[in-house]
Design a binder for this molecule. Structure first.
Ligand SMILES: Nc1ncnc2c1ncn2[C@@H]1O[C@H](COP(=O)(O)OP(=O)(O)OP(=O)(O)O)[C@@H](O)[C@H]1O
Ligand SMILES: [Mg+2]
Length: 463
C-alpha cells in the first residue's frame, strides 16, 4: 500500500499486512470515536466501533491468508468511508480540519493501490509520481495536524481563560448575592433598632412629663407646708384676739351693770382695736389662702404686672417654713436686700415663684448639708436680692453652702442631673428654671460658685 506499505510491509519486520492504512484508520477512528463519545453521539460511536472491528478483521485475514490484492479494495473503501462520511456530517464539523489533513493521503493511497491492482505495467511507469504525491500528502498531513494542534492549544488556553473568568464572575455573583443579603440583614437590624429607639424615646418622653408633673406636685407639697405655717400665725392672732375680746365684752358688761360708763367706753375702744387686728389677720390668712389656690392651679402662662420683691419675699418664707415643717432641726439665716425702685414688672408669677422656690430649696439643702459636717462656728446663710439696671432686672440667690464642683457645673441645668440621694431630687428643678427663664421670659440665668464656699444663681429678666 503506497509509500508507507512499501517501506513498512517488509516481511523481515512485519507480516504481510496493510500496516499503513491500518495505522491511519486507527488514528482517524480513535479521534472520531472520542469526539462521538464527548458529544453523546451513540449511533456514530457504534458505527465507528464496527469499523474498528472491520479493520481488525482485515488485518487478521491478511496475516493469515496473505491476500493483500483482495483486502486492499476493502481498505480503500473503509478509508474513504472514514473520511467522506464524517466530512458530510454536521456532528463532526469540529473535526473537519483534522479529517481534511488525511484526505489527500487517503485519496493518493487509494489511487495508488487501485492503479497497482488494475495495471501493474501502468503503475510502474507512474510509480515516481505516486511516491512524490505520497510524500506531499504526508507533508500536508503533518502540516495540517501541526497547525491544528497549535490552534487547539490556543483554543484550549482561551477556554481555560474563559473558564477562569467564568469562575471569577460566578464567585463575584455569589459574593454579590451574599453582600446583598448582608445589606438586607443589616438594614432590617437597623430598622428594628430605629423602631426600638423611637419606642424608647416615646417612653422617655412620657416618663419625663410624668416626672415634671411629680416635680410640680413635690414643690406644691413644699408650698403647702409653708403656707400652712404662714396661716397658723394669723390664725393664732385671730383666736387670741377674739378670746381677749370675749373677755373684754364680759368686763364691759360688768362695768355697764355698775353704771361705770367711762370704763365701759374705754373697753369698747380696746375691743374695736382688737377687732381691727382680727380683721387684719383674717385678711392676711385670706390672702395666704388665695395665694395657695393660685399655686395649686396650673400656671396660667399669663404675664401679669407683679411686685418681684414681694414675690421673692413670699417665696423665701414659704421655702423656709416648708423646709422647717419637714425637718424641725432645720435652721438657717436668711437675708434680703430688695431694690425698691423696681416697681411692678410683667412676668408669670406662678412660674417665677417656682424658679425662686427651687433655687432657694437647693440653697437651703446645700447649707444644711454643710452644716451637718461643720462645727458651730458655721452659720448657714441664704440671701436673696434684687437689682434694677439699665438693661434688666436681676434676682440673685446666694448661699454659703459647699458650692458646686467644677466638673459638674456644666451639667446642673440638664434634665435629670442630680447629686441628691434617690428619692430626694429628680434633677428637674434647674432645667425647669432654665426653661421658664429663657424660653418663657426671654431672660437668662447664670451660676457662680466656688467650691467649699458657696454658690450664687443670678436671674436676668428683661424689663
Ligand atoms: N446651691 C447649690 N449648691 C450646691 N449644689 C447645687 C446648688 N444648686 C444646685 N446644685 C446642684 O445641681 C444639681 C441639680 O439641681 P436641680 O435643682 O436641677 O435638681 P435637684 O435639686 O437635684 O432635684 P429637684 O430639684 O428635681 O428636686 C443638684 O443635685 C446639685 O448637685
Ligand atoms: Mg432642685
Amino acid at each position: 500500500m503506497a509509500l508507507i506499505s512499501i517501506e513498512l510491509e517488509s516481511k523481515s519486520i512485519f507480516m504481510d499486512i496493510s500496516l499503513a492504512p491500518f495505522v491511519v484508520s486507527l488514528i482517524i477512528s480513535d479521534r472520531l470515536r472520542k469526539h462521538a463519545k464527548a458529544n453523546s453521539l451513540p449511533e456514530q460511536e457504534k458505527q465507528l466501533k464496527y469499523g474498528l472491528y472491520f479493520s481488525l478483521s482485515l488485518v487478521a485475514i491478511e496475516a493469515i491468508f496473505s491476500i493483500l490484492y483482495i483486502t486492499r479494495w476493502f481498505w480503500a473503501l473503509y478509508l474513504l468511508a472514514l473520511v467522506v462520511i464524517p466530512l458530510k456530517q454536521n456532528e463532526f464539523r469540529a473535526l473537519r480540519m483534522f479529517i481534511v489533513a488525511f484526505v489527500p493521503f487517503v485519496v493518493v493511497s487509494v489511487l495508488n493501490d487501485l492503479t497497482e491492482a488494475i495495471s501493474s505495467e501502468f503503475f510502474k511507469s507512474t510509480e515516481t509520481y505516486f511516491k512524490n504525491a505520497s510524500t506531499l500528502t504526508f507533508i500536508w498531513m503533518i502540516a495540517i495536524l501541526f497547525s491544528q494542534n497549535r490552534q487547539s492549544k490556543a483554543a484550549e488556553k482561551e477556554r481555560i481563560k474563559r473558564q477562569k473568568e467564568d469562575e471569577i464572575n460566578r464567585a463575584i455573583a455569589i459574593r454579590k448575592v451574599e453582600l446583598e443579603e448582608l445589606v438586607a440583614e443589616r438594614t432590617a437590624e437597623l430598622t428594628q433598632q430605629k423602631e426600638e429607639l423611637e419606642q424608647a424615646i416615646t417612653e422617655l418622653r412620657a416618663t419625663q412629663s410624668q416626672l415634671i408633673q411629680s416635680e410640680k406636685m413635690a414643690s406644691l407639697g413644699e408650698l403647702t407646708a409653708g403656707i400652712a405655717h404662714e396661716i397658723q400665725n394669723p390664725l393664732n392672732f385671730v383666736n387670741n384676739f377674739s378670746e381677749v375680746s370675749k373677755e373684754l365684752l364680759d368686763e364691759m358688761q360688768a362695768e355697764m351693770d355698775k353704771g361705770n360708763t367711762a370704763d365701759a367706753k374705754q373697753i369698747v375702744a380696746d375691743i374695736k382695736q382688737n377687732l381691727e387686728k382680727i380683721s387684719h389677720h383674717g385678711k392676711r390668712a385670706d390672702s395666704i389662702v388665695k395665694g395657695m389656690l393660685l399655686h395649686s392651679r396650673a400656671s396660667s402662662g399669663q404675664k401679669e404686672l407683679t411686685d418681684i420683691n414681694a414675690l421673692a419675699d413670699e417665696y423665701l418664707r414659704l421655702a423656709y417654713h416648708g423646709l422647717r415643717a419637714k425637718d424641725k432641726t432645720f435652721n438657717a439665716k436668711f437675708e434680703t436686700d430688695f431694690d425698691e425702685s423696681i416697681g411692678k414688672i410683667s412676668l408669670v408669677p406662678q412660674d417665677i415663684g417656682r424658679v425662686i422656690l427651687n433655687i432657694l430649696n437647693n440653697a437651703f439643702y446645700a447649707v444644711t448639708e454643710k452644716k451637718k459636717l461643720s462645727g458651730n462656728e458655721y452659720a448657714p446663710t441664704v440671701s436673696i436680692s434684687t437689682k434694677k439696671t439699665d438693661a434688666d432686672i436681676q434676682i440673685r440667690i446666694a448661699d454659703n453652702g459647699n458650692g458646686i464642683p467644677e466638673k459638674i457645673i456644666d451639667k446642673i441645668f440638664q434634665p435629670f442631673f442630680t447629686t441628691k440621694p434617690a428619692g430626694q431630687g429628680t434633677g428637674l428643678g434647674l432645667s425647669m428654671c432654665y426653661e421658664i427663664i429663657n424660653q418663657e421670659h426671654g431672660g437668662s440665668m447664670l451660676v457662680e460658685s466656688s467650691e467649699g464656699e458657696g454658690s450664687a444663681f443670678i436671674i436676668h429678666l428683661p424689663t
